[in-house]
Design a protein around this ligand. Structure first.
Ligand SMILES: Cc1ncc(COP(=O)(O)O)c(C=O)c1O
Length: 384
């Protein structure tokens, strides 16, 4: 499938995935049912949380999270600008407004807590924490800030399944430190179901709301009625069809088994790549001194000179190496500009400066050392 010698990301699929999906197809029950329940239970066990709900994708997970914490028109939500647009879009769906927060700096691309604190107003309702690239954000500073101002914390863990934050109380898994954790299983993620996601929480009241809103606000599932557990249903809230299906749940169960080994391989590749690039003056590797525990979803580098970025990416592409940019800052997209052109001033100067120099190099568990060496050699040759 790959036109690239070294693609940016790749999936790890084996006979186990094929067998698992085939078994579902043969079972005769394809929409949300026992496999999804098993996937949710296993995912909740893995994270050590009380409740997990499988959903159609990571964006649906974020939307449900935003909705059930009560976001709505007039509310402001602190959110990094250096993220995939879905983090901010989910806030917009509720009628609330994302207020963009700057990054810490070139060594750490997560949100700066002092900037978040400075942007809190009487309207601020929540903070969307994105664990950028799989590197956990500074939750020991974010949690007390949120407590002090009565803000809900939604963790966007699209990059961070299995990432452990080294908190003062010991390691804590991403997704378990806020009110709600949201995961994506899109095909470039550390574990994938093609499209898919998960919402996790320890809060019983929120869990009930998530479960209902995921399936049209209905009180029972088709699966419940199929088993004769119920004949009818009521609709008790505004809801959506954000359900996952059984094929994807079966895939997810196998992918979850691969996650820890995949994350470890990502770590080893990251360390090897860092070591081979560290003497180059023309680029910096963010998170070089980050504590252990990242899920190593991305391998971002920062060029010294933003003017060279397009040419650098083109030089690598000519050698069959795919690169990307994570991310063009959300507030600079045309749609977001159009929303706030009149009178809303997004102050994230560091994000803008840093994002102009960012490049993401390939990283995935099946990346071979030979492929990694190709990427390193091409980068070194460019700056020689
Ligand atoms: C940070 C972040 N948030 C949210 C999402 C949305 O997830 P999905 O594509 O599964 O809707 C993604 C990835 O796609 C992401 O990278």
């Amino acid at each position: 499938m790959n036109v690239w010698k070294v693609p940016l990301a790749d999936v790890t699929m084996g006979p186990e995935e094929i067998a698992a999906v085939t078994a579902v197809l043969q079972s005769g029950w394809l929409s949300m049912g026992p496999k999804t329940q098993e996937f949710e239970e296993r995912f909740a066990d893995f994270l050590g949380v009380k409740y997990a709900f499988a959903v159609a994708n990571g964006t649906a997970a974020l939307h449900l999270a935003c909705e059930v914490v009560g976001m709505g028109p007039g509310d402001e939500v602190l959110c990094p600008a250096l993220t995939f647009v879905a983090s901010a879009n989910a806030v917009l769906y509720t009628g609330a407004r994302p207020v963009f927060v700057d990054v810490i700096g070139s060594h750490d691309l997560n949100l700066a807590v002092d900037d978040a604190a400075a942007k809190i107003t009487a309207r601020t309702r929540a903070i969307m924490v994105v664990h950028y690239g799989g590197y956990p954000a500074n939750m020991d500073a974010i949690a007390p800030l949120a407590r002090q101002h009565g803000l809900k914390i939604i963790e966007d863990c699209a990059h961070a399944p299995g990432a452990a934050y080294q908190s003062a109380q010991g390691p804590r898994l991403a997704g378990t430190m806020g009110d709600i954790g949201c995961f994506s299983f899109f095909s470039n993620k550390n574990m994938t179901t093609g499209e898919g996601g998960m919402v996790v929480t320890n809060d019983e009241e929120l869990s009930g709301k998530i479960k209902t809103a995921r399936s049209h606000g209905m009180t029972t599932l088709t699966w419940d009625r199929h088993r004769g557990h119920s004949f009818s249903y009521d609709v008790v809230a505004r809801g959506y069809n954000y359900r996952l299906d059984e094929m994807r749940a079966a895939l997810g169960l196998v992918q979850l088994n691969r996650l820890e080994a995949g994350n470890a391989r990502r770590r080893d590749l990251t360390e090897a790549c860092r070591a081979q690039l560290q003497d180059l003056d023309d680029l910096k590797v963010p998170f070089r001194d980050a504590p252990d525990g990242s899920a190593h979803h991305l391998f971002p580098i920062l060029l010294k000179d933003c003017a060279k970025r397009a040419d650098f990416m083109a030089a690598l592409a000519r050698q069959g190496i795919q690169t990307s940019i994570h991310y063009p800052p959300v507030h600079l997209f045309s749609y977001y500009r159009s929303l706030w052109e009149a009178g809303y001033n997004h102050q994230v100067p560091l994000t803008e400066e840093i994002a102009s120099r960012l490049v993401t190099l390939p990283l995935y568990p099946t990346l071979t050392m030979a492929q990694l060496n190709t990427v390193v050699a091409a980068s070194r040759a460019y700056f020689r």
